[in-house]
Design a protein around this ligand. Structure first.
Ligand SMILES: *[C@@H]1O[C@H](CO)[C@@H](O)[C@H](O)[C@H]1NC(C)=O
Length: 345
């Protein structure tokens, strides 16, 4: 038995320290280079991820560099901005588009999580408020839409927004910058508004032509008033961050100030913006691609039979009334049972 002496105690402590150092070095320099060495390791990780694991496991070697896992697979942010009233229902967007960021504004509820400074100008107030408030941190793609799943103007044989949005081609949007989410020409194309012919006219809820000319001069100072303006109706469209930011934030503030201050009825001021978005985002005053080209590029529907420039077989027909029957699409216009005209997919 060695006696307990100071000398022996110092030797024992040194042996312990050296053992600890050895274990530490083995762990740092050997084990971490060999991902299968430990039982908790990545034996269950599929091969394609193994490289990433190894990169991560050895990253202490050059910890000064940013680690790039999944390099090349960038996730793109897509948001929907919805101009809703308290009576409307946008829950289907949560159900079917879980990956999209939802911005559901309630224009007529001051206590809603998202609302507008003033309920004026219909959906345009919502769209502009969103752009102004998010100008410096916009997602990659923004879809500006109305809340209800079934709406008379949705470009679908059942007026169903679900297949419409499912088919919407985000890569085409990213190429174009701005895309109208509707192809059928009635209403809006080929030249809904003739600002010069109708100058001075004020017809509530009809063309807005005369009011449009005056409004255009205020919204786009220094730009020549176009002879005709056309875009497929109803103010549902998408834009990329880059396209939105081609205009200064102060432009969007000016448009919103115009809405707040105008004495025009909402039906007219909303309509002025409805027929301005495409120009705000860089398109010509008449932006009416043929329905055939549009359905193919915007919705990926490239095999349609299209008789004329403005419509394709089996796609969109103007409904009888703007309110769909309760129970649509399974109850028809006369209260009769109805089958869907096209799948939800
Ligand atoms: C909204 O629609 C969903 C179906 O998408 C339905 O389950 C829900 O009850 C509706 N909410 C209201 C308040 O009507």
């Amino acid at each position: 038995m060695p006696r307990f002496t100071v000398r022996n105690a110092v030797i024992a402590v040194n042996i312990l320290l050296l053992t600890a150092l050895f274990v530490h070095l083995k762990n740092e320099l050997w084990d971490k280079h060999s991902p299968t060495a430990d039982l908790g390791g990545p034996s269950h990780i599929p091969d394609e991820l193994l490289d990433d694991y190894q990169t991560a496991a050895t990253s202490h070697v050059d910890s000064g560099k940013t680690l790039k896992v999944n390099s090349g697979v960038e996730s793109r942010r897509t948001a929907v901005v919805v101009a809703s009233q308290a009576s409307e229902n946008a829950t289907w967007l949560h159900q079917y588009f879980p990956d999209w960021e939802k911005n559901i504004y309630r224009v007529d509820d001051a206590n809603a999580p998202l609302t507008v400074p003033k309920n004026k100008g219909r959906e345009s107030m919502v769209y502009l408020t969103y752009i102004i408030d998010h100008y410096d941190a916009l997602p990659d793609n923004v879809l500006f839409i109305h809340p209800n799943r079934y709406q008379w103007h949705n470009d679908d044989p059942d007026y169903d927004g679900l297949p419409m949005l499912r088919h919407f081609q985000i890569p085409y949007l990213e190429k174009e910058g701005y895309v109208n989410i509707r192809c059928a020409w009635p209403l809006g194309c080929p030249n809904e508004i003739k600002p010069l012919e109708e100058a001075g006219e004020h017809r509530e809820a009809v063309h807005a032509g005369g009011d449009y000319k005056m409004a255009f001069q205020q919204l786009f100072p220094g730009v020549k008033v176009p002879e005709s303006v056309g875009v497929s109706c109803c103010a549902q469209f998408a834009a990329t961050r880059e396209k939105i930011r081609e205009r200064k934030k102060s432009d969007y503030i000016r448009y919103r100030d115009w809405i707040v201050e105008t004495k025009l009825d909402d039906s007219i001021s909303g309509r002025v913006l409805e027929y301005s978005w495409h120009m705000i985002f860089g398109k010509k005053p008449v932006h009416c691609p043929s329905a055939k080209e549009c359905y193919c590029k915007v919705f990926g529907l490239c095999k349609l039979d299209c008789g004329d420039a403005g419509s394709c077989e089996g796609r969109y027909t103007l409904p009888r009334y703007s309110s769909l029957p309760v129970g649509w699409p399974f109850i028809g216009w006369e209260g009769e049972d109805r089958q869907r005209a096209a799948p939800e997919e």
